[in-house]
Design a protein around this ligand. Sequence first.
Ligand code: HEM
Length: 407
Amino acid sequence: MGEFSRRNMLKAGGALGALGALGVAAPAQARVWTWSPSGSVAGAGAGADPRWVWDEEADPLVASLIDRGDVPRVNELLRTWTKNGQPLPDGLPADLRDFMERARRLPPWTDRGKLATAVGFNDRRGLYLGVLYGFASGMMSTVIPKEARAVYYSQGGADMKDRISKTAKLGYDIGSRKAYDADGEMIVTCVKTRLVHAAVRHLLPKSPYWQRSADEEIPISQADMMVTWHSLPTTVMKNLTAWKVPIPAAESAAFLHSWQLAAHMLGIKDEYIPASWDEADSQAEQVLDPVLAPTPEGVKLADILLNLGAAIDAGILSKRVLGAFTRFLLGDRIAEWLKIPRYPLWDGLLDTLWGPFIAVREGVLKVFPGADNTYWLFDELLRKVVLVYLSEARQISIEIPLTNNPD
Ligand code: HEM
């Protein structure tokens, strides 16, 4: 069966049997979305299946900016727009300005009290959060097939270091003290990212590489965005819990709130955004866990990520250490998909001593039961991973792409 007819079959639905027969992993869009909007921040919803919902406001607008040749000028103007409270620059096309004025408004359910609590949480937990965003979420994105392919074949796929810095900017901005305040940058980052995603929806379907490998017509649906969202806060919280990091309930709720707002500001509809951690976990079980699978593109992206650390510190961030850390964070199944070998020494150290290391760091345990050297190594690992993934995040400017990955 030709690729094109397979794509059409999927679009029409009902192609699961044929896919199984072809030995192709069932794509996310083939799975029915059953999560109820009663568990969302909106509390109710029209019930539209988010696999077929994109961004009806931003998509046609950005497609038109690209087709009108306005993007280079817009990117240049938007480089100066960095703070949430800053007026939009003069000279933007009127339709874009109108959209951005609407898109930058926080929703009525914004809770400033929770955001203030989130600041304390981010301050205290910044190091763990940086490592988990950069590494657990980053590596997980390589086994989300639709995301891996979209990233690989879009413009950013040609320069992964740059792309990682841009994505890390969002992790940096959401964790900064002023995140959603007038002098913070999170709203700007989200609105710009919303424009980038809209551009990708217009550009990627034209990439011959993507056409050949993907099972969908238009990328980055609302369902896809929630899948990726779970690779961020839901996965981070799962790891913090597994590490037994003590987190007061109010801080956990505040962290969730800051990510609910991020979802809204990225253009995800309120009816798909989980209202609580229980709802988030149940949605992730339905939409994230079943879609995880290896792809050739994801394996290559993971390899690039594993090699990045050695440029900073070949000793502590060698490929083997980062490989073992990936296995430790995401488990054997994902490590094997990503063709990460076993490193008995490091696998063993992490399995046995990471728990006590965190306990000592948290003041729960007084003495580190292994050698002090291991404690120091783990501490360096935390610091250096954060350095690699968040180092350039501050100065980066997120821009609307005009092309796909030429490779
Ligand atoms: C771009 C974050 C969902 C694919 C970006 C950027 C950020 C970001 C910060 C700008 C960085 C850049 O320009 O490279 C997020 C977050 C998401 C999400 C927080 C969900 C909560 C998705 C999904 C897909 C996707 C579901 C694909 C299925 C892309 C692509 C780019 C991009 C292809 C553009 C890369 C380029 O060509 O430069 N995203 N994203 N994203 N995102 Fe997302």
